[in-house]
Design a protein around this ligand. Structure first.
Ligand code: ZN
Length: 234
């Protein structure tokens, strides 16, 4: 019961940031409409929808320094109530990871190199290693990255993608499972990942999709919000 209230308290605790304005991070457009002023826990957070390409992003967008601090120190404790994985989160993410691996398996061969951006508690990397792949991850939370290393012996960098030195490494598969949308410059991140992808490699990206009425976060958008969306994102 105490853990229940701790998670709730963390979620509703106000997050402050200054941020700065930026044009649409996808198309560079400057014509947008406000579609939401709060996050799911009622913290002030202005979401805008680009009228040109349909991307939804924050405006103002937290600076890179503010994002670094948030994802290194606050993200997991706010969303899950702990700065390292709990039994519940491990069970949930293991289940999700099995589904993701089943989706990707037809494209993979044993021994392939996989890099996971936003590795969390390492559940996906652990499952991939058990299937014979060579795995590496990047996770900004020191507590979660430490857990990956200590509990499973995984090679996980405790840093953001921007701060991780990858040298001349190339990967057969790079996965961004609900991590790309947390970055201020997603196109810049993709360009960097492209440089570390084998010419025959694969990039897997999963982000929230306003066009899919059956999955989160559509359930928290209003019909008016959905009507304002000019297009699906693919
Ligand atoms: Zn745009």
């Amino acid at each position: 019961m105490a853990a229940f209230f701790k998670i709730r308290w963390e979620r509703y605790r106000r997050v402050t940031f200054t941020g700065s304005h930026q044009p649409c991070p996808l198309c560079g457009g400057s014509d947008s409409v406000v579609i939401g002023r709060f996050d799911r826990w009622f913290n002030p957070l202005v979401n805008v929808l680009c009228r040109h390409c349909g991307l939804i992003f924050l405006d103002p967008t937290p600076t890179d320094e503010e994002l670094d601090r948030y994802y290194k120190e606050q993200f997991w404790s706010r969303s899950q109530g702990s700065d390292q994985p709990t039994a519940k989160t491990i069970a949930n993410y293991r289940r999700y990871s099995q589904g993701r691996l089943a989706l990707l398996a037809p494209f993979l061969k044993p021994g392939m190199h996989i890099l996971d951006i936003g590795a969390g508690g390492g559940e996906f990397l652990l499952a991939a290693r058990r299937r014979g792949y060579q795995v590496e991850g990047i996770e900004p939370s020191a507590g979660y990255a430490r857990y990956c290393r200590q509990a499973y012996g995984l090679d996980v960098h405790a840093a953001t993608l921007a701060d991780t030195e990858l040298g001349d490494k190339r990967y057969d598969l790079i996965t961004c499972n609900h991590s790309l949308e947390h970055m201020r410059d997603p196109l810049g991140a993709l360009a960097r990942l492209h440089d570390h992808l084998d010419p025959d490699g694969y990039l897997y990206v999963s982000v929230p999709d306003l066009g899919d009425p059956d999955t989160w976060p559509c359930a928290i958008f209003t019909p008016a919000t959905c009507a304002a969306s000019p297009t699906r994102l693919w």
